[in-house]
Design a protein around this ligand. Structure first.
Ligand code: PLP
Length: 404
């Protein structure tokens, strides 16, 4: 238990339409009749540690705000007011040193829907869009499913840490067909928080080549004490080519409330995006409960978030120490941010399919590294936004599954 918040309380999620707990991605089958009475979640037959959401309740001020809003009883079309915009600006200024004008902010149902609309609005068929693999796969899919060309500025792994290859970025950015870059900052799945000089270099390359830079900062608030996240918006002058996509949904565990922010400082870019959003997609108003939760999170959620990050840091330490003592062929890539751990399993010399099969047989489900691109082969991604006990059980099962 950390301070006033109990992040170790087991919460039953089976039977709550949780995708992480109930949907088998491979078969597409929902597999959870309500848990047998007395069976704790961490005793589940297959422990799901794959999807990026937390097995933890939201912060008390968020729950209170949602309860009050529900008690009102009327759930009509919802607009945005000064309190909403101010909560975003105050949070961004206090935590990330960035002042965000009310005008710059639009909402969407998620960061991925926004990235899809941005791709559709600002690029054409076959245009090149840059990413840095291994990367959160819906970003690569959004590029390919929209008929654009995926340009991979692959990250370089030195056995401990991932870095950008800026020379390769400059080369690919200079192609006439390259129109956009989607930067993952902090980076999912490798856990890097980019340093100001790295962000400036990326922004300079994009500006020099007239490339629209989309910075996906959804994990920015989940940065550990040993690192320091900086929003690219606070650093650069090229606001005419920048869109920042973010949401409190990761840090405050609200992804089911379907609300994200698309921050577009440049009026021309913003108008073009809004045309797609409103005129083509008929999006009218914002998600009522999502906006309620966002305001409560940004106004009153900070102490909870600080305590959560301490809890997550404890889970990271536990996994690191477990690997060193019990699974020495595996190596945790030390995260600067994210509750998603990126584990180098190449020392086992097994394919991702073999790793996955062995782990599932032992009762634990992690995400295969190759999901994030070929460079992820031999890695696993593990969610540790859970009570400690669940991490302990998962690690024991992992040790059992990978013993042979
Ligand atoms: C980097 C990144 N971007 C976007 C998303 C998805 O965001 P949303 O659910 O708001 O579409 C995730 C979810 O894990 C993510 O890790």
């Amino acid at each position: 238990m950390t301070q006033a918040y109990d992040f170790d309380a087991p919460i039953e999620r089976r039977g709550t339409r949780s995708i992480k707990w109930s949907l088998d991605e491979k078969t597409g089958v929902w597999h959870d009749p309500p848990a047998p009475l007395g069976q704790a979640p961490h005793e589940a037959e297959l422990l799901p540690m794959w999807l990026a959401d937390m097995d933890l309740a939201a912060a008390p001020p968020i729950l209170e705000a949602l309860r009050n809003r529900i008690d009102h009883g009327v759930f009509g079309y919802t607009g945005l007011d000064d309190e909403f915009y101010d909560s975003i600006n105050d949070w961004a200024q206090r935590r990330h040193g960035w002042s965000i004008d009310h005008d710059w902010v639009t909402t969407n149902t998620g960061v991925m829907p926004a990235i899809n609309l941005l791709i559709q609005t600002f690029t054409e068929s076959d245009d090149g869009v840059l990413v840095q693999s291994p990367v959160f796969h819906p970003i690569s899919q959004a590029i390919e499913y929209n008929g654009r060309t995926l340009l991979d500025n692959a990250l370089v792994y030195d056995g401990t840490r991932y870095n950008m290859d800026l020379d390769d970025l400059a080369t690919k950015a200079s192609l006439a067909s390259t129109k956009m870059m989607v930067l993952c900052s902090p980076h999912n799945p490798v856990g890097r928080v980019w340093q100001p000089q790295e962000l400036r270099a990326v922004a300079d390359i994009c500006a020099a080549n007239d490339i629209l830079l989309i910075s996906d900062e959804i994990h920015g608030d989940l940065t550990y004490a040993w690192s320091n996240f900086v929003s690219i918006g606070s650093l650069i002058e090229h606001h005419d080519r920048l869109v920042v996509c973010t949401s409190p949904s990761k840090a405050f565990n609200l992804p089911g409330l379907k609300l994200s922010l698309t921050i577009i400082p440049d009026a021309r870019i913003r108008d073009a995006y809004l045309l797609t959003l409103r005129n083509q997609n008929e999006i009218f108003g914002a998600n009522l409960l999502g906006t309620t939760a966002l305001t409560a999170a940004y106004q009153h959620g900070e102490p909870w978030l600080e305590a959560l990050i301490d809890h997550l840091a404890g889970n990271v330490k536990y996994v690191h120490e477990f690997l060193v003592s019990r699974l020495p062929h595996l190596r945790l890539v030390r995260p600067d941010a994210l509750y998603l751990l990126w584990i180098d399993c190449r020392g086992l010399k097994k394919s991702d399919a073999e790793l996955d099969a062995q782990l599932r047989k032992a009762g634990v489900w992690l995400e295969r590294g190759s999901t994030y691109g070929a460079a992820g082969e031999g890695f696993l991604r593990m969610t540790v936004a859970t009570p400690r006990k669940m991490v302990e059980v998962a690690m024991e099962r992992m040790a059992r599954g990978l013993a042979t």
